[in-house]
Ligand binder design. Sequence first.
Ligand code: ADP
Ligand code: MG
Length: 361
Amino acid sequence: MSRVDDERRATPAKRCALQQKRGLLTALAVVVLAAAVFAAAVFSGGRGGAGGKQYSYTELLMDTDIELQLFSRSSGKSRRVAQDLFAEMRRLELLLSSSDPDSEVSAINDAAGKEPVAVSPETAAVIGEALTYSALSSGAFDPTIAPLLERWGFREGDCRIPDPVELQEARAAVDYRLVEAEAGEIFLPCSGMALDLGGIAKGYIVDRGLDLLAQSGIEHALINAGGDVGILGPKADGTPWRVGIKHPRSGGVIAVIPWGDRGAIVTSGDYERFFEEDGVRYHHILDPRTGRPASALLSVTVVAPTTMEADALSTALFVLGPQRGLALVESLPGVEAVLITPQLELLISSGLGDLLERTGE
Ligand code: ADP
Ligand code: MG
């Protein structure tokens, strides 16, 4: 824990330097850990009763601490289900990770400009969905963003500001419309193109985890993957989970959404992975049009029927900004959002006004 504390105290710029020294995996886990701890504090846990006891489990997966909360009448069953869940999530991570050289996504990237790659139905499904959200957001969401992330050093952890020529080169390789996805085969037609599913894969994996829990007979559960929260059903006593939205600067809780139905609440923030230079913050959600970090919002929280949808849309809205972002949300049934502007104003979609609880933070 002391290393965690050391890194939490580090200034953002130093955090990035620490990433260089220790490698991406450790550093990212630490940055997101704060979100997991925060979420744990906000979910109020019930105990006992007819629906069983509440059990909590944590596992490091996808560079973050995955937190599982479930109610069960049997501690043995609860433990077995948690093990199965984490094994399934790990299996999917090994397909979809762009940092793991053995993943299917890496195989697609290695074959860019050369040949199509046959992939599993899961990988094909996530890429298909990613392309759908790209079209829906007019390219604000773009899974071919990898070359830009690379130039900013967000993939390797050696964060830096790229020069304009580099940025221009990378932007030329980013265009979701070029991806060929057909009959379980994916082809990136130009060398230099690469996929990064960091804006959607976590959500998909949480959804498959919720499916596994349901198939195992669990009815009351929540999975929190570092800010991607998937909910299976209310707590055993029928009350909703209380999911906090982080204040993007103080780190406290700015608002709470009570939610007890199957659904998801996902937040994208400029405070999750960033570095600072000359007082300017550079973070990991990039606008494909400019090649630079999107700057119109500090945080976007999306409520949606599936975690994948909420995940992709939170990233998309972050790039679209307040006006186009809210317009998109209002056009989608079952989707709500809270956007936090640089002036720390909360913009709330029409269906969420009555539900959202402000904390006064
Ligand atoms: P996190 O995974 O940190 O919770 P997000 O869901 O908002 O945050 O996703 C951010 C990740 O999405 C980045 O780390 C990167 O992998 C990827 N990404 C960044 N910009 C875009 C974009 N414009 N479109 C799609 N994916 C993006
Ligand atoms: Mg996302």
